[in-house]
Design a protein around this ligand. Structure first.
Ligand SMILES: [Zn+2]
Length: 137
């Protein structure tokens, strides 16, 4: 894996490689995503990298009409809303991400518990180009 620094920088580096990397606490077995250098459950720093499979279910979501700058630049906003959701991975941890492939004209049809698969989207130009974790319905 990247290195032994369990930082957000290392996490985003793994996303750039289209991987979902978190930490596994060797003391109590807890899994964390994004990675944590110290286990929030038992406070052990005996953690190691773990790669998640990318399958999960939708736990919560909101439809975003007033988008942040990075999403406006990607074409989202009042006339093209997007879904930000909380996804619970099959391994247990939850992560927030954009959810793709939903019927934005009928957000009432979006179901909690819907199965999702990880995907990676590229945003920005030149030096600012960056990959983001998203999930596909
Ligand atoms: Zn622990």
């Amino acid at each position: 894996m990247i290195d032994n620094q369990f930082t957000s920088t290392a996490y985003y580096q793994s996303v750039a490689e289209e991987k979902i990397s978190g930490t596994h606490c060797k003391a109590c077995g807890a899994l964390h995503l994004p990675p944590r250098p110290i286990c929030p459950r038992c406070l052990s720093d005996d953690v190691e990298w773990v790669e998640f499979g990318g399958k999960g279910v939708l736990k919560a979501f909101t439809v975003v009409y007033i988008a942040p700058t990075v999403m406006i630049a990607a074409g989202y906003g009042r006339n093209n809303p997007y879904v930000a959701g909380i996804v619970q991975l099959d391994e247990g941890p939850c992560i927030s991400a954009q959810i793709l492939g939903l019927d934005m004209a009928h957000p009432e049809t979006i179901a909690i518990g819907a199965p999702l698969s990880a995907t990676f989207v590229e945003r920005g130009e030149g030096e600012a180009k960056k990959k983001f974790l998203a999930f596909q319905a």
